[in-house]
Design a protein around this ligand. Structure first.
Ligand SMILES: Nc1ncnc2c1ncn2[C@@H]1O[C@H](COP(=O)(O)OP(=O)(O)OP(=O)(O)O)[C@@H](O)[C@H]1O
Length: 612
């Protein structure tokens, strides 16, 4: 049993030893695993460091490559620069050489110039007396020229004033002529590029010579026409109105005034009278639109002049009529197709009592009514241009002036005051009546004062007006329909009938002027509605301005010659002193000469429009 005990004891010890060994080994394994883990960690760290090092190496490599490239480029630049430096050095060397030579060269040139200057001075000295003489002469000539120019301008102004006075004394019709610019439609069927080309139909043949003469120059004609004023194509609407403006003052002095535009289709009558901006609004502004024609400008000026007068003494009203196919139509009426009749007043003046006449205070009101009327006015497109007027347009502004504005004792027929002007007189004392300044007398005029007075065109006289009654003066602004050749306008049917009426009425106008120019006993005013309506203005007591409108192109030369001929005929009319209108039963004989009989005088060559 002790042996068994020993064995058991031995085995137990052995087991304990083995257990002890096993524990030791386990601890060793744990220690080794820990170490292994540490080593893994270390390895990972080292791998990270290695990766970083590789990246850095790559980066350094790239930097190194770029450095090398830079160095290579720098080397090349250095080579170029050193080449340039060398070239500059060579240049500097050359410049230095030149600079050394320059003073010498300069000295040579300076010496040459000086000797030239000395030579010239010597020459100048030699000519000095001549030069100073010439200078003196030039100064004298310049002064003489200036003086002559000033004298010429003064003489021209005086001549114009005298001419106007003469016209007034004779009762002449003033005639102005406006040449319009060449327009694209002047080429007709031809190409626009031919506009104005010599030899083409749009070649300019009607030219302005100066502000009083116009010449028509073609291979067949070269004829000069003289008028009171000729406007070139470049002259503005304002320039035209400036010449017309003084007539408006006359209106408030008691004269009737009539301005009519005459000319062929498309020659610029509507442009001159109304302007080319039909649809624009007119505002109560003092500044006119640059394109505005005579009608809005005259209205604006007239209303401005009226505003300067004492309040409630002047008022105005407007009527707008057209004469279409020889019928008078009221364009302001609700029925603008209804015909109206002319009536002769007891004083012999003409009126159309049934037409609408609207009181107006502003240019806006007037132009709104005119625009309203224009919408009803007949127009068609012709071969000449798109908006050809088919009727005569008459815009009448009637100004009523209350009598307290005038100086008078009311004249009795035959009294010394008969025929003396009535003068607006608000600021003047009543006990010392001022007389109207007579216009300057023409040179050499020796007539007695009484004679001058009796021959002066008088305004609508208060001497004839019953005390207390209002005086009315009329401003008639007329845009006549175009005188035209049927072939030129290319119209047919209804339009042909219109053209025939237009031409007939314009012929009648020319006939009236012919009769007046020849002092014939019978003036055929009643042959046409337009002459009948304008009778007071053409042959009567109105200051009348005929504005001839002319197209400058070759294709209208016949019409232009006819128009200018009409103007010449109008200028010949001498209406004599404007007299008190007689009752219609007493027909007036030749102006200023009651014994004159024109019955045997030759009929004037027709200056009328082209007949169809
Ligand atoms: N002085 C001018 N300056 C610029 N344009 C003008 C001038 N005169 C006329 N015109 C232009 O020429 C064209 C024809 O003119 P307008 O209508 O005035 O002719 P008209 O004589 O009244 O013709 P119609 O008798 O057929 O009515 C228009 O387009 C107008 O604007």
């Amino acid at each position: 049993m002790p042996i068994e005990m020993d064995q058991t004891h031995f085995l137990t010890d052995k087991l304990k030893t083995l257990e002890c060994q096993s524990r030791g080994k386990e601890e060793r394994i744990i220690a080794l695993e820990t170490e292994n883990a540490m080593l893994y960690l270390k390895l990972a760290q080292l791998q990270g460091i290695l990766r970083d090092s590789r990246e850095e190496t790559g980066h350094l490599k790239r930097v190194n490559e770029s450095d090398q490239l830079q160095r290579q480029r720098t080397g090349e630049s250095l080579a170029t620069l050193s080449g340039q430096v060398k070239a500059l050095r060579d240049e500097m060397k050359q410049l230095r050489l030149d600079a050394v030579a320059l003073p010498h060269q300069f000295q040579v040139e300076y010496d040459n110039a000086m000797s030239q200057a000395r030579l010239q001075t010597q020459k100048m000295r030699l000519n000095y007396s001549n030069v100073s003489d010439m200078e003196k002469k030039m100064v004298d000539m310049e002064a003489a020229l200036q003086e002559a120019n000033a004298r010429h301008a003064k003489e021209k102004k005086r001549r114009r004033e005298l001419h106007n006075t003469l016209m007034e004394l004779r009762g002449n019709i003033r005639v102005h002529c406006r040449i319009r610019p060449l327009m694209e439609f002047d080429v007709g069927n031809q190409d626009v590029s031919t506009l104005g080309r010599p030899g083409s139909l749009s070649e300019v043949v009607t030219h302005v010579m100066d502000d009083e003469n116009v010449v028509v120059k073609t291979s067949k004609h070269s004829k000069v026409y003289e008028f009171e004023r000729v406007y070139s194509p470049q002259e503005s609407q304002e320039a035209v109105f400036e010449e017309v403006q003084p007539m408006l003052t006359s209106l408030l002095d008691g004269y009737n005034v009539c301005i009519m535009a005459y000319g062929q289709t498309g020659s610029g009558k509507t442009h001159t009278m109304l302007g080319s901006h039909k649809d624009e609004d007119y505002h109560v502004t003092t500044e006119p639109h640059p394109d505005e024609g005579i009608i809005p400008r005259a209205t604006r000026e007239l209303l401005r002049l009226m505003e300067e007068k004492p309040p409630d003494t002047h008022s105005a009203e407007v009527s707008v009529v057209e004469i279409y196919n020889n019928d008078i139509l009221d364009l302001l009426s609700s029925d603008p197709r209804a015909k109206h009749d002319l009536v002769t007043n007891t004083d012999g003046s003409m009126c159309v009592p049934t037409v609408t006449s609207r009181p107006v205070k502003t240019v806006y009101e007037v132009m709104s009514l005119v625009q309203h009327g224009l919408k009803a006015r007949r127009e068609i497109a012709t071969l000449v241009h798109e908006h050809s007027s088919r009727s005569h347009l008459v815009v009448t502004l009637t100004v009523s002036i209350k009598p307290n504005m005038f100086l008078f004792p009311p004249a009795t027929p035959g009294s010394p005051t008969e025929g003396v002007f009535a003068v607006p007189l608000s600021p003047a004392p009543r006990d010392k009546p001022p007389r109207r300044q007579l216009p300057p007398q023409p040179q050499g005029y020796t007539g007695a004062k009484q004679t001058i007075r009796s021959r002066s065109p008088s305004p609508v006289l208060l001497a004839q007006t019953p005390t207390g009654s209002t005086v009315k003066t009329k401003l008639q602004l007329v845009d006549l329909a175009g005188s035209e050749c049927v072939g030129m306008s290319g119209v047919t049917g209804q339009a042909l009938r219109e053209t025939s009426h237009i031409n007939k009425s314009l012929c009648a106008l020319a006939d009236v002027l012919g009769a007046l120019a020849e002092h014939r006993a019978h003036v055929p005013y009643r042959n046409s509605k337009i002459t009948h309506l304008l009778q007071d203005s053409i042959g009567g007591d109105a200051k009348l301005l005929a504005m001839l409108c002319v197209s400058p192109a070759q294709r209208y030369v016949t019409e232009s010659l006819q128009c200018l001929g009409f103007g010449q005929r109008a200028r010949q009319v001498q209406r004599g002193p404007i007299k008190r209108k007689l009752p219609p039963s007493l027909e007036r004989v030749g102006p200023g000469d009651s014994s004159y009989s024109g019955r045997n005088s030759p009929r004037p060559k027709s200056a009328g429009p082209l007949r169809t």
